[in-house]
Write a protein that binds this ligand. Structure first.
Ligand code: ZN
Length: 302
């Protein structure tokens, strides 16, 4: 099951203890559903747990029965004459032209979170954190989406909004904010899972970066080794290492014997040992001597 699906299942698992919060939860599910008017009132969901919660809350809170249509998705709708009853319960009238959020339905401190949970269950989604950090509410009406945006703002969260193919999408992209939203709505297990996946991803990225860095260093060592070997070959055919200045002879032989080790390791083999930059300086002088020898060869041939 998708991360979104698992999160929704978790959100249907434990119901709010207070009656006011259960009503707020239903209110969110209704407003995020397909239609919140006297003409249409339904939710469309692929999760049977969400459909079951909608059905049982409507019965418990409003005393209203539902009709279920099963297709690719389960659609649970309210009977014609019951829609006005549901609207009235939440303080709305059939004459209202646009769907608005009525704060009068929030009676305790936890009602807001319960409402957002309901809204997420019917019109929310959250991406798998392995691929993306994204949590959204695809709110069915523009006026309602503005009310929901201000609600998030009041809670201290800066949500983004966008009109997408006629839909009103409110979304979050920041992984830490998404964790907090999931926790607020009651899906702390999903928040924890997101946090763990994020930690693993960060660790994996760091390990990859370190491995890439090691590879780059290794190629540098190999390239330097080859350059030195070419220079030493020239010197060997022009009088050998004994023809070099005294302080370069031991290093030339050591480098010839150890073409693939780092300059630091090479320095430690010398007697007395030499620092990396000291080794680098002397090898440069060896390369310069070889270059001069080759240039003299070329001058003689012309
Ligand atoms: Zn409450």
């Amino acid at each position: 099951m998708s991360f979104s699906g698992t999160t929704k299942q978790r959100l249907t698992d434990v119901l709010p203890g207070r009656k006011c919060c259960r009503a707020a939860l239903l209110y969110g599910m209704l407003q995020g559903g397909r239609g919140f008017s006297v003409r249409e009132m339904a939710i469309q969901t692929e999760y049977s747990e969400v459909a079951a919660l909608y059905t049982s809350l409507l019965d418990e809170v409003c005393g209203v029965r539902t009709l279920t249509e099963k297709g690719v998705f389960t659609i649970v709708s309210v009977r014609t004459d019951d829609r006005a009853k549901v609207l009235a319960f939440f303080g709305h009238t059939p004459q209202e032209l646009s769907v608005r959020l009525s704060r009068a339905n929030f009676h305790c401190d936890d009602c807001t979170a319960a409402y957002l949970r309901g809204l997420f269950l019917s019109c929310g989604a959250v991406s798998n954190p392995e691929t993306d950090y994204h949590l959204e509410f695809n709110v069915p009406s523009l006026t309602l989406s503005r009310d929901v945006l201000s609600l998030w703002e009041e809670l201290g969260y800066d949500a983004k909004s966008i009109r997408r193919k006629g839909d009103n999408v409110i979304y979050f992209k920041d992984s830490t904010v998404i964790e907090e939203c999931l926790t607020l709505m009651g899906a702390s297990a999903s928040a924890l899972e997101l946090m763990q996946i994020k930690m693993f991803k960060d660790l994996r990225n760091r390990t990859n970066r370190a491995a890439n860095c090691d590879m780059a260093n290794l190629s540098k060592v190999v390239a330097a080794g080859e350059e030195h070997r070419r220079a030493l070959e020239v010197i060997r055919t022009h009088g050998g290492f004994a023809s070099l200045p005294d302080d370069l002879q031991e290093l030339a032989q050591l480098r010839w014997d150890n073409p693939q080790i780092s300059l630091r390791d090479l320095g430690e083999l010398l007697d007395p040992p030499l620092t990396r930059s000291g080794v680098n300086h002397r090898l440069k002088r060896i390369c310069d001597i070889a270059t001069r020898m080759k240039a003299e060869d070329a001058a003689l041939r012309t």
